[in-house]
Design a protein around this ligand. Structure first.
Ligand code: DX5
Ligand code: ZN
Length: 231
């Protein structure tokens, strides 16, 4: 992948929204200027929690034209790529820890016409993504242990974000560098300075207060705190 570094984007995580009223959660985030939606798929095996599957992705797809970023916290991601693509997923993000052959997963997702991302848990070194770094559309560095929203950002992942930025700048500058977990007005800024371009926000968007105001606050923090332009 070539190309210039992508603009900074905000992706509300629907895991923190009211599942009984996702239509409102989607509409409010769109009004607030969301750039994409992040959907957290958990299988109760790769992570202890269970969330939702392709049926919910399909329901969300019917309500928005924004890109859907599907975070597959599941074992055997290869088995489910096609179901999540058919349901409307635009980017299929799988975990490096869940695959012995990441090249195969990347190829399969691209064959389905999807973008593909590879994710690492906070303790997983970047070496695990090295074989596919040139070919992914997104690298996701987790800033909490995957499984639940509302956890505190782990600042010790910032050096890994910086290292990921350097590697992507050399090898794949057009890929998104995504950060997920505990992103708030306060933590988005150091993450952006470290080189993140795609910010997943659950609790800080849907936890309390108005979604529109929360998103605007996040965007304005990024615009002021980062040296890079926010569209
Ligand atoms: C955690 C998920 C996150 C989560 C983020 O396993 O991957 O996407 O929904 O929620 P916050 O922003 O509240 O940490
Ligand atoms: Zn996620």
């Amino acid at each position: 992948m070539g190309g210039a570094r992508r603009p900074l984007r905000l992706a509300p995580s629907l895991l923190s929204a009211d599942f009984a009223d996702l239509a409102s959660a989607i509409r409010e985030a769109e009004t607030g200027g969301a750039d994409a939606f992040h959907l957290d798929v958990m299988d109760g095996h790769f992570v202890p929690n269970i969330s939702f599957g392709p049926a919910l992705v399909k329901a969300v797809r019917a309500r928005t034209r924004l890109p859907l970023d599907i975070h597959l916290m599941i074992s055997e991601p290869l088995r489910y790529l096609s179901a999540f693509r058919s349901a409307g997923g635009d980017t299929l993000v799988f975990h490096a820890e869940a695959s012995n052959d990441p090249s195969e997963v990347v190829r399969a997702a691209h064959d389905l016409g999807a973008e593909v991302g590879i994710a690492v848990r906070p303790a997983t070194p970047l070496e695990r993504v090295d074989p596919v770094l040139d070919r992914v559309d997104q690298l996701l560095v987790m800033s909490v242990e995957p499984g639940f929203s509302g956890q505190a950002f782990i600042p010790s992942v910032l050096p890994k974000v910086m290292a990921a930025r350097r590697q992507l700048d050399q090898r794949n500058p057009g890929a998104d560098l995504s950060i997920d977990g505990g992103i708030t007005v306060a933590t988005a800024v150091p993450a952006a300075r470290a080189g993140a371009t795609f910010f997943v926000c659950g609790n800080s968007v849907y936890g309390q207060g108005a979604v529109v105001d929360n998103l605007r606050a996040l965007r304005s923090a990024l615009a002021q705190g980062s040296s890079r332009a926010v569209p």
